[in-house]
Design a protein around this ligand. Structure first.
Ligand code: RAM
Length: 358
């Protein structure tokens, strides 16, 4: 909704950089993993009439730890989910495994439940594998909000970064412009089980039907792991010597693919776009390996998810309706499909990337 494609309100203009404490969205992220309530200590989950509940023991569970995208989405220093929870007087903690796999993520979800979580905010590495655990949490009265990557069959709400159709469609449009709508292209995705990437790819394929001279020759999976993403990109280059372009709709994948393409052999010959964090791609934009790519503000996504989850757990909104205020981000409405939408993707290029610091 709010981020215009031409000018992101969360750009780190000099004014914003000078006042990071007030305008947190674009300031650099840090590594804090928990937020103590700033005022009065939470105890049990009681409600005060008209107010949001406190004492909810909120666990923020990204696909994996160590992924800079989620560090920004979740941390206090970046103004992400834990910053919102702090502002709401909640105790919040970020937890997950180190790999973006259900085997790594599920034990963290189970541990959060055991520790008494009343709210889980989860980016699903694999909705099918996570559902038994999330469903049993919901059956025990725990509020389950997904963010970033949904688990549609076992959530109360999904906080979506941007329209899935728009992300998929615009990625193809951005690449088409760079390769004159012609040639072989490939996708370097995250995990084969990731809901968000798979849905975006579905829309990419639909959009590609409008480009008869662009041919998708392969979709490969780097699992949001830098080494695996590097290897699958190298494999693509070997297998498809005529490749003209790559879309990598994952912040880890696009950074790895950019490093592979950042040589005289490929720079300017194979176009690369996708979803990346500006800080991880500045080098490649400035040397011409990447012309443009997209993302939203991950910190705003985490911040919104935290406000949505606490409002839902407090009975202030319902699963399919209601309007609430998400602090500095303003007012949001729950859709009849149990989703809340942050805003459109933003296009980064050499002309604007220096304004962003995340
Ligand atoms: C990676 C993750 C995340 C996705 C971003 C764009 O960091 O896969 O789920 O939203 O990329």
């Amino acid at each position: 909704m709010r981020a215009s494609l031409n000018r992101a309100p969360w750009a780190a203009t000099p004014l914003v950089l000078a006042s990071c404490a007030l305008v947190l969205a674009a300031c650099s992220s840090g590594g804090s993993s928990s937020s103590a309530p700033s005022s009065p200590a939470s105890s049990s989950a009681g409600s005060s009439s008209g107010a949001l509940k406190t004492g909810l023991q909120v666990y923020v569970i990204p696909k994996n730890l160590g992924n800079p995208y989620f560090t920004t989405a979740d941390s206090v220093n970046s103004g992400g989910a834990l910053a919102a929870l702090q502002a709401l007087g909640e105790t919040g903690a970020e937890t997950s495994g180190t790999a973006a796999t259900p085997a790594s993520q599920i034990p963290a979800i189970q541990a959060a439940i055991t520790k008494g979580a009343k709210v889980l905010i989860v980016s699903a590495s694999d909705p099918t594998a996570l559902c038994p655990t999330l469903s049993s949490a919901m059956a025990r009265g725990i509020t389950v909000v997904t963010y970033d990557s949904d688990a549609p069959a076992c959530h109360d709400l999904f906080v979506n970064q941007a329209s899935t159709a728009q992300i998929g469609t615009s990625e193809v449009e951005v690449l088409a412009k760079q390769i004159n709508s012609t040639g072989q292209i490939a996708i370097v995705s995250a995990a084969a089980s990731a809901t968000n990437q798979n849905t975006w790819i579905k829309y990419m394929k639909q959009e590609l039907a409008k480009y008869p001279s662009m041919k998708l020759v392969s979709v490969v999976y780097g699992n949001d792991d830098p080494t695996a993403s590097t290897q699958v990109t190298q494999g693509l280059l070997q297998q498809f010597p005529n490749l003209r372009g790559i879309i990598s709709p994952t912040t880890v994948g696009i950074a790895a693919a950019a490093a592979v393409l950042d040589t005289a052999k490929y720079r300017g010959k194979i176009a690369l776009t996708g979803l990346g964090t500006p800080n991880s791609l500045k080098k490649y934009v400035s040397d011409g390996t990447i012309k443009s790519f997209e993302l939203w503000n991950p910190a705003n996504l985490g911040y919104l998810a935290a406000y949505a989850a606490v409002n839902l757990a407090s009975g202030k909104i319902a699963k399919t309706s209601g309007t609430f205020t998400a602090g500095k981000l303003g007012s949001f409405t729950v859709g009849s499909d149990s989703s809340i939408l942050l805003g459109p993707p933003f296009v980064f290029s050499a002309s604007n990337i220096s304004q962003f610091n995340f």
